[in-house]
Design a protein around this ligand. Structure first.
Ligand code: SF4
Length: 435
């Protein structure tokens, strides 16, 4: 092979098979895609050992992508259920799956994913290290943290969240500027605790060059983790969040020097009016690297409905430059999501991504909407079901409340504006009250 990573290939002017596939999916010339990849503005997370992948591109110039978080926990360790979620996520159009397993034989599940799953697979080695070594956090050595990164890379993981931005400087800033909700990132809290207990520098920051060597060897994309993402709207855009983003921007440049693909993880909880500015700050500090947002959740008062609070934030974020949305389910802040929660989370994230694609003018994005509107005008219910983002729910709702007039619905019945307009424009008499 004449190249190491997709970024290296792009910089050498080589159009890879993965670039061809992504260019076709996006409807843009492969040469244009390669140019964006060479600059780090677009990535194709695609580990050399993930043979079953159908590659997807991530970048604000492309269609907005969504990620689905899955995985076992100590309280919910049903592997069958997690596999069911994977199948449902892929069939519902998720481009990526992050395996956040923190209990049991995590390696087995991870390898099942990279053997069979066509979606991009992401992991967070920090969680897995705690499970894998099965010993107190303080006893895990710097070398052991890095060994887990290598193990995930060998297993074919396409992107990894590495919490390397919370170095001693960031931690100092966090401690000096008190927050309402401290650190809410799982990985961030683990590495912060390890740093506090050992007095050592964050190993992912200190040994960043070794991580880059691993990523370069397998073409793993670095998802530079936001340990200091705000966990409440009160903490949005605070000193720790920005300090970490500055560090991530510096690390992005170092990764690019080694042709390692990078995306930046972002907030978190954040008031709606701060989102656009945050996208701009990320683009500036991180040199245009794709932004992967976890929400943003725009209000803290809606447990049970956080797929909605995050879809609102996700749509605004993607419209303003975020490339990749991590779904949030109604179970967020409450429990591990079940299969139905996963479905609702995916639908909400896909709606947010699609709404943003229309707003940012992705070519052809609004065609789907126009087809639906035409079907509505024609009162063509079967076509409406076919086009619906959730056909099963649309069909079930209509069937649950039968209208007297078959072509209308029970919302307005004989007052159906669509039907009456069609009729009057066709020269018919519209009487309404006695029809
Ligand atoms: S009855 Fe009302 S809601 Fe239903 S299709 Fe007609 S206009 Fe739309």
């Amino acid at each position: 092979m004449q190249y190491t990573t997709q970024m290296d290939a792009a910089r050498k002017g080589i159009i890879t098979a993965q670039m061809e596939t992504v260019a076709q999916k996006e409807g843009i010339p492969a040469v244009e895609l390669a140019k964006l990849m060479a600059e780090g503005k677009v990535i194709i997370p695609c580990n050399k050992n993930h043979k079953s992948i159908s590659p997807a591109g991530v970048g604000s110039m492309l269609k907005t992508k969504i990620n689905v978080n899955l995985g076992t926990s100590r309280d919910c360790k049903n592997l069958e259920m997690e596999l069911q979620k994977v199948e449902s996520a892929v069939s519902m159009g998720a481009e990526a799956i992050m395996d956040l397993s923190s209990y049991g034989d995590t390696g087995k599940f991870r390898r099942m994913l990279t053997e069979k799953c066509p979606a991009m697979i992401g992991t967070v080695p920090i969680y897995d290290a705690v499970v894998y070594y099965h010993k107190p956090l303080i006893k895990i050595t710097s070398e052991e943290w890095l060994d887990i990164v290598r193990m995930h890379a060998q297993d074919g993981v396409d992107f990894m969240t590495i919490h390397c931005g919370i170095n001693k400087e960031t931690a100092h800033k966090f401690k000096r500027n008190k927050r309402l909700t401290n650190i809410v990132s799982r990985g961030g809290s683990i590495i912060f605790a390890w740093m506090e207990m050992t007095g050592k520098e964050n190993p992912f920051y200190e040994h960043f060059d070794e991580i880059l060597e691993i990523c370069r060897e397998y073409d793993v994309t670095l998802s530079l983790g936001d340990a200091c993402r705000p966990g409440s709207i009160a903490d949005g855009t605070d000193a720790a969040q920005i300090e970490e983003l500055i560090a991530l921007g510096e690390l992005t440049k170092r990764a690019w020097e080694k042709d390692v693909q990078v995306m930046i993880e972002g907030p978190g909880h954040m008031p709606l009016n701060q989102i656009a500015a945050n996208m701009e700050i990320e683009k500036t500090l991180c040199h245009g690297a794709p932004f992967y947002v976890l929400g943003p959740i725009v209000t803290d008062i809606a447990p049970g409905y956080d797929h909605i609070t995050s879809a609102i934030g996700g749509a605004v974020a993607a419209m303003n430059g975020a490339s990749f949305l991590c779904y949030v389910t109604p179970a967020e802040h409450l429990r591990l999501p079940d299969v139905e929660d996963v479905k609702e989370g995916i639908i909400a994230a896909r709606i947010a991504a699609h709404a943003a694609d229309i707003a940012k003018g992705v070519p052809g994005a609004a065609n789907w909407d126009n087809q639906m509107s035409l079907a509505r005008k024609q009162l063509n219910w079967e076509e409406m079901f076919r086009l619906a983002i959730d056909p099963e729910k649309a069909r079930r709702y209509r069937a649950s409340s039968k209208p007297e007039k078959e072509d209308t619905c029970s919302m307005c019945g004989n007052f159906c504006a669509v039907k009456n307009m069609n009729r009057i424009l066709d020269g018919e008499i519209v009487s309404i009250f006695d029809e």
